[in-house]
Design a protein around this ligand. Structure first.
Ligand code: CMP
Length: 150
């Protein structure tokens, strides 16, 4: 089992897409073990996007991610890091596979609805940055786990 970090960005929240996007993660079978709707501070935004410092789009990226609420979450499941990235799709919606969130709901990479960790190191760093241990609800079983006696 693997854990990964994902966040629905302000464009997804403002367009009322939370339910539709979450249902894709749930339908695939990922277990949501942490979630919160938050107004992202400049401090958190700059830590989260530290790898993009100096890039031409950095300032507008920080402005955008702090422009409205973000729904942050931790998802758990088999190969969750790669699997969630697959469901989310490539950064540019025009390059994303049809059926992915970004292909189906977005038109430009600047407003691409979802962030998802890209590797084990990023997932660990981002989960620890956004959530404290007491915010993680990993003490419940899904109905599948209960029925399977896991
Ligand atoms: P995300 O997965 O959140 O990681 C960095 C974000 O930068 C990316 O999604 C895009 O939304 C955003 N971005 C804006 N402009 C660019 C760009 N020119 N190239 C790559 N990412 C960009």
């Amino acid at each position: 089992m693997e854990r990964t970090f994902a966040a629905l960005k302000p464009d997804a929240i403002k367009r009322g897409l939370m339910g539709k996007i979450l249902s894709r993660f749930e339908d695939k079978g990922y277990k949501i073990i942490a979630m919160k709707l938050i107004n992202v501070s400049k401090d958190l935004a700059s830590k989260h996007y530290a790898e993009h410092v100096g890039k031409p789009f950095y300032d507008s990226l920080i402005e955008y991610i702090t422009s409205g609420p973000v729904l942050a979450m931790i998802l758990e499941g088999e190969n969750a890091i790669l699997g969630v990235r697959h469901i989310v799709g490539k950064t540019n919606p025009d390059d994303a596979d049809v059926g992915s969130i970004r292909a189906d709901f977005c038109t430009v990479k600047e407003y691409n609805a979802v962030h998802a960790s890209d590797c084990i190191e990023s997932a660990k760093r981002e989960m620890e940055l956004w959530f404290s241990p007491d915010e993680i609800c990993d003490n419940y079983k899904t109905m599948s786990e209960i029925v399977m006696g896991v």
